[in-house]
Design a protein around this ligand. Structure first.
Ligand code: PMP
Length: 431
């Protein structure tokens, strides 16, 4: 595969951008080789600067649920641009999207738009602290909530891949208020609650974590958290930046039937534009400025072009429930296909899947938390990544990420991916 233009760009980029990239995992450090510079994307395909074409399974890390460059979203963005790119004043679209989000997501009675998932989680924690008058909060080991200081403790995603979960620059003063529990383990939450009576403002988690690879909550676990939080007056926050509008139109909270007090959103909500949101129970959200005392603001928040893209996306999902059946079909065909090829080749590597998210872990252990995720052979994953790339399939460049499928992945493309998978496994395992 000729990647000379990408190589040239990466070499130049490293002179001007830290590590040559604007977000760490993009640098391919966890899988070896050099990153591809992408020129364009359409439907299920990515095209790099050298003209190579890939079927891709990341979809911009989640937002492109309907595939890239969807005509409907593109048209909405172009139309919105005709009227100007930013006003810094309220718009009709913001009211429309807020009303729609409230109708789609069970826990949300009021919502505030921001510009990224990071902003959403940072703001939600501040509001939970303001509302309860408490300082500490619980997060789960291996979960990722963006790069806000207080979340960069035992964090997943890039922080996990880089092997440096506790980032320099996060002060001890900040870190001391972040308490760490283990996912799928209610005992560890009970212990923290007992050791910090009346001091915990919030418990935040990814209800279906995707940032240590995809793990599923055990039966009764989310309800168990709900019960503890209700009993202790702790604000339960579901970080649905990945799962929101992806697992169902109401996210993981709809699928598992557990309603948190607050929810953070991102990715799909912007249809590919930089958007995040946080929302929740009315009395909590009434604490947000200017309705209440907790300050949170943004020059570009509710940007008209971003809102046009997001609104088009959400309207489509709201009125086409069949999208979720389609995504589930795509996810199960692919994940089941991978499992049966592995079995045929004599390997029982773990595949975790829900709807259109999955991870293939290079371990035979059941993977349900940070510790079990770490049993995966990351060197073998790196070889698998390269072997798939060579065959025209672009995966997330780390073992500890979920893949995100789109409706653009038609059956014949799934067949191509499965053939590539079989050849790649034969190559890397030396069969
Ligand atoms: N929360 C979760 C669950 C995420 O997966 C991410 C990003 N992958 C974030 C928050 C942060 O979002 P952003 O990258 O838009 O800041």
């Amino acid at each position: 595969m000729n990647i000379s233009k990408s190589k040239e760009l990466f070499s130049k980029a490293q002179n001007f951008i830290p590590g040559g990239v604007n977000s760490p995992v993009r640098a391919f450090r966890a899988v070896g080789g050099e990153p591809l510079f992408i020129k364009k994307a359409d439907g299920a395909y990515l095209y790099d600067e050298d003209g190579n074409k890939f079927i891709e399974l990341i979809n911009s890390w989640g937002p492109m649920l309907l595939g890239h460059n969807h005509p409907m979203v593109k048209e909405a963005v172009i139309n919105a641009m005709e009227d100007g790119t930013s006003f810094g004043a309220p718009t009709a679209r913001e009211v429309e999207i807020a009303e729609l989000i409230v109708s789609m997501v069970p826990s949300i009675e009021k919502v505030r738009m921001v510009n990224s998932g990071t902003e959403a989680t940072m703001s939600a924690i501040r509001v939970a602290r303001g509302f309860t008058g408490r300082d500490k909060f619980i997060k789960m080991e291996g979960h990722y909530h963006g790069h806000g200081d207080s979340f960069l403790i035992a964090a997943g995603s890039g922080a996990m891949t880089m092997g440096d979960p506790d980032s320099p620059g996060v002060t001890k003063g900040t870190a001391k208020d972040t308490l760490i529990a283990l996912f799928n383990n209610l005992e560890t939450v009970e212990e923290l609650v007992a050791a910090n009576p009346g001091e915990i403002a919030a418990l935040i988690l990814e209800p279906v974590p995707g940032n240590m690879g995809l793990c599923l909550p055990k039966q009764g676990y989310l309800q168990g958290l709900r019960d503890i939080c209700t009993r202790e007056g702790i604000i339960l926050i579901f970080d649905e930046v990945m799962t929101g509008f992806r697992l169902a139109k109401g996210g993981a909270q709809e699928v598992f039937g557990v309603t948190p007090d607050m929810t953070t959103l991102g990715k799909i909500i912007g249809g590919g534009m930089p958007v995040g949101a946080y929302g929740g129970r009315r009395e909590i959200m009434e604490f947000v400025s200017p309705a209440g005392p907790v300050y949170q603001a943004g020059t570009l928040s509710g940007n008209p072009i971003a809102m046009a893209a997001g609104l088009t996306m959400l309207k489509h999902l709201n009125s086409n429930p069949a999208v979720y059946d389609e995504l589930n079909h795509i996810g199960s065909t692919l994940a089941d296909g991978i499992k049966s090829i592995n079995k045929e080749l004599g390997f029982d590597y773990t595949v975790n899947r829900i709807g259109s998210m999955y991870s293939l872990f290079f371990t035979s252990e059941e993977v349900y938390d940070f510790e079990t995720a770490k049993t995966a052979d990351t060197v073998l994953f790196g070889k698998y990544f390269q072997a798939m790339l060579k065959r025209g399939v672009y995966l997330a460049p780390s073992q500890f990420e979920s893949l995100f499928l789109s409706t653009a992945l038609k059956d014949e493309l799934i067949d191509q991916i499965l053939s590539a998978h079989k050849e790649a496994m034969v190559e890397i395992l030396g069969l």
